[in-house]
Design a protein. Structure first.
Length: 269
């Protein structure tokens, strides 16, 4: 027996175990079908202006997957499958189309933000795709904000910066998500030409008990004020965290305390 036979057998075994772990017989076909048949459901969570608790600055588009027996699956159950099979670019494109379509049909939400995966950062044509969809539907580019994760900005600074520049060139806005948890420098704010920065939820949740968390927040607010970058506190879950954000001069907040995610059509209508 050739040495390749055990390897092939091991690969078949691992592939079978992968399918069982996911719970789908053909994961790639299942994901492609979900995209083609619109079995994904767009949700959104508002970002509120703290100077006016009733004002929605924009809403972050989220996604759920419809399962016949289990209703809607949360992102944690299916996003890792999209990532594993290198299909995040396809998912990001679906969300872009859905967001633009919602804005084109009229929405009381002034803007929508969309998370960009690290796989999509590798697509040099993604900005052109966005521009084409915006023009086709008659939506202004600044109605879209694209959220780039801080870890991608730190791990792949040149790629992330080029992607951000391409978005700026077509008139979209950019946001750095999860800021401050890993970073020890404000360089990503200028490199990505960010319009917004979301203070990482780990920092926000510790504001009532950690001097370091409060110090980080104050530094971010000062730099934001100096550079014209709007600061958002994410994962706001307690009145104490919200009060500290207001005391520190943070302009915007997002979290379950303010409003949980809801279907995009419900929020926009």
């Amino acid at each position: 027996m050739s040495s390749s036979a055990p390897v092939a057998r091991d690969n078949r075994f691992l592939n079978e175990m992968d399918r069982q772990l996911v719970g789908w017989e053909e994961p790639v076909a299942r994901l492609r079908g979900a995209l083609e048949r619109n079995e994904l459901v767009a949700y959104a969570q508002p970002v509120m202006a703290l100077r006016d608790p009733e004002e929605v600055a924009f809403a972050e588009v989220l996604v759920r997957l419809r399962e016949e027996e289990r209703a809607l699956l949360p992102p944690g159950e299916f996003l890792p499958v999209f990532e594993h099979f290198r299909m995040m670019r396809d998912l990001d494109a679906w969300i872009v189309r859905r967001a633009i379509d919602r804005l084109a049909r009229g929405a009381r939400l002034p803007r929508l933000s969309i998370n960009v995966s690290d796989q999509t950062l590798d697509d040099a044509e993604f900005a052109s795709f966005i521009a084409t969809e915006l023009q086709r539907m008659g939506v202004k580019p600044d109605a879209l904000i694209f959220e780039l994760d801080e870890k991608d900005a730190l791990a792949r600074p040149a790629v992330a910066a080029q992607f951000a520049v391409s978005l700026k060139e077509i008139g979209c806005r950019t946001l750095i998500d999860g800021f401050g948890r890993r970073s020890v420098s404000f360089a990503p704010l200028t490199a990505l030409r960010a319009d917004f920065v979301k203070v990482d939820g780990v920092i926000v949740r510790k504001l009532g008990s950690s001097d370091m968390a409060r110090s980080k927040l104050n530094a971010i607010v000062l730099v934001g004020d100096a550079t014209g970058v709007a600061v958002i506190g994410e994962s706001v879950e307690t009145p104490e965290s919200l009060a500290q954000l207001k005391t520190s001069g943070v302009g915007y907040a997002q979290g379950f305390l303010l409003q949980p995610p809801a279907p995009l059509d419900d929020l926009a209508s």
